[in-house]
Design a protein around this ligand. Structure first.
Ligand code: PLP
Length: 404
C-alpha cells in the first residue's frame, strides 16, 4: 500500500484532543478537584424548542408514505436556502437562494471545498489560525503562507502586497482571537483578491455574535466580493447544532475562473459526493429563522455573550491584557510575564482547575496567548471568573513544563 504523505505530515494530536488528555490526566491524579472548563469549542445550551418541534414534526412526516423523504437535493432543500437568503436580507445583504448550498457542518465544507482547487495551489492563512484551515490545507498538499496577527494589528492581519496566494482564508469574528474585521478592512481584502486573482474563503461561523450594525457579518456586504469570494456559515454556534450538524456555503453565480463557473463545479462535485443534509435536520435549521426560533437562539447567543463579559471583566480587574469577547464568544489573553501558552494552561489548570485553550495550538502567532471560551454554563463561568479576577497576574509565576 502507499499512504498519502500529506496525512503523515499532520501533527499527531488535534489541539482539543491534547487538551482533553491533559485534563483527564489531571483529574485522574486529583479526583477531588473541581474542573471549570473555559476550554473547548462546544456549546452547552440545549436546542431551541422551535428547532426541536420542527424536527419532531419532520420525523413524523418520515413515518408516513405520503410525506416520506428519500434522497434530497444535493444543494439542500429550497425552503432552507430561501430562509437563509431571507436572513441575509434582514442584514441588508442580497444573496440568491440559487447560490446557497446546504452542508453537514462548516468543518466538512471547509475540507470538501479543497476539491475545487488544484492541489499545488498556495493558500494564505491567518496566524493564529482555526486549526481546520491549516489541517485541511496540509491534507490537500497545499503550499501554506501565513499573515500574522499580533497585539499591534489587533489580530486583524491585512494584505501584504509582496505575497501572492491562490486562496485567502479569513475568519471574522475570529476563532481564536475574537477579532472582527471592519468593512474598510474587508474592502481592502476584496481589492487585494481582485488585484492578485485570488479567491477568498470567508468563514462566518460566528456572525451571529456581532452586536454592532457597523461591523460586517458577511463578505458579501462588500461590493465586488461576489466575483472573488465564497462564504461559509454554520448553525453550530448560532443555534447549538454542534451535534445536529448543518451549515451553508455561498458560491455566487458570478464567481468564475478561466471561464469556469465555481458554482457549477461545486454543484457537480456535490451531486457526486454528497446526498444532501438530512431532511429532518434541514427542517430544524429552517425553524431557526422563524420569529420564535430567532427569539430563542438569540437568547442563547446573549447568554454566551454575558459569559464572555464576565471573563473579560475578570481579566480586566486583574490588569492582564486581553482582547475579543465583544463581538465573539472567545476572549484572548496574553500570558503574563512572557510565559508560554502550554505552561500558562498547565498553571491555570493545576492551581485553579480552569481549562483554557493554549494559543500555541492555533499556530506560532498564538504562542504566549490563551483562549477562553464563553460556551460554558453561567454557573461554571461565574466560578471561573471569580477565580480569574482574584489572580495577581503581576506575580503569577507560570510553571515551565511537566508540573501536572
Ligand atoms: N469555523 C470556525 C471558525 C469554527 O470555530 C468552527 C467550530 O468551532 C467551525 C467552522 C466548524 O463548525 P461546524 O460545527 O459547522 O463544523
Amino acid at each position: 500500500m502507499r499512504l498519502n504523505p500529506n496525512c503523515i505530515r499532520l501533527e499527531q494530536n488535534y489541539l482539543f484532543s491534547e487538551i482533553a488528555l491533559r485534563v483527564r490526566n489531571f483529574q485522574a491524579a486529583h479526583p477531588e478537584r473541581e474542573i471549570l472548563s473555559l476550554g473547548i469549542n462546544d456549546v452547552t445550551r440545549p436546542l431551541a424548542p422551535a428547532v426541536c418541534d420542527a424536527m419532531a414534526e419532520a420525523s413524523r412526516e418520515m413515518q408516513r408514505a405520503e410525506t416520506f423523504h428519500g434522497y434530497g437535493a444535493a444543494e439542500g432543500e429550497l425552503f432552507l436556502r430561501e430562509a437563509i437568503a431571507g436572513y441575509y436580507k434582514q442584514h441588508g445583504v442580497s444573496v440568491d437562494a440559487e447560490d446557497i448550498f446546504i452542508g453537514d457542518g462548516a468543518k466538512s465544507d471547509l475540507s470538501n471545498l479543497c476539491d475545487l482547487f488544484t492541489p499545488d495551489c498556495t493558500v494564505l492563512l491567518p496566524d493564529p489560525v482555526y486549526p481546520v484551515f491549516y489541517d485541511t490545507s496540509v491534507m490537500a498538499g497545499r503550499k501554506i503562507l501565513f499573515s500574522r496577527g499580533s497585539r499591534e494589528n489587533g489580530f486583524l492581519p491585512m494584505p501584504d502586497d509582496t505575497v501572492r496566494a491562490d486562496l485567502i482564508y479569513l475568519c471574522s469574528p475570529n476563532n481564536p482571537t475574537g477579532a472582527v474585521y471592519s468593512r474598510a478592512q474587508l474592502r481592502r481584502w476584496v481589492e487585494f483578491a481582485h488585484e492578485t486573482g485570488a479567491c477568498i474563503i470567508f468563514d462566518a461561523a460566528y456572525e451571529a455574535y456581532i452586536r454592532s450594525a457597523s461591523l460586517p457579518r458577511s463578505i458579501f456586504e462588500i461590493a465586488g466580493a461576489e466575483t472573488c469570494a465564497i462564504e461559509i456559515g454554520s448553525f453550530s454556534k448560532m443555534a447549538g447544532f454542534t451535534g445536529v450538524r448543518c451549515s451553508w456555503m455561498i458560491v455566487p453565480r458570478a464567481l468564475t475562473e478561466s471561464g469556469h463557473s465555481l458554482q457549477k463545479l461545486w454543484r457537480r462535485r456535490q451531486s457526486t459526493k454528497y446526498n444532501g443534509t438530512s431532511y429532518v435536520v434541514q427542517r430544524g435549521a429552517a425553524a431557526v429563522f422563524t420569529p420564535a426560533g430567532q427569539r430563542q437562539v438569540r437568547g442563547d447567543v446573549t447568554y454566551y455573550m454575558e459569559n464572555a463579559g464576565l471573563i473579560r471583566n475578570a481579566l480586566r480587574r486583574g490588569g492582564v491584557f486581553s482582547t475579543g469577547g465583544e463581538h465573539a464568544p472567545y476572549v484572548w489573553m496574553q500570558c503574563p510575564g512572557g510565559a508560554r501558552s502550554w505552561d500558562c494552561f498547565d498553571s491555570l489548570l493545576s492551581r485553579y482547575g480552569i481549562v483554557s485553550a493554549p494559543g500555541a495550538g492555533f499556530g506560532a502567532g498564538g504562542e504566549g496567548w490563551i483562549r477562553f471560551s464563553s460556551f460554558g454554563s453561567l454557573e461554571t463561568t461565574k466560578k471561573a471568573a471569580e477565580k480569574l479576577a482574584d489572580i495577581e497576574w503581576d506575580s503569577f509565576a507560570v510553571f515551565a513544563g511537566g508540573h501536572i
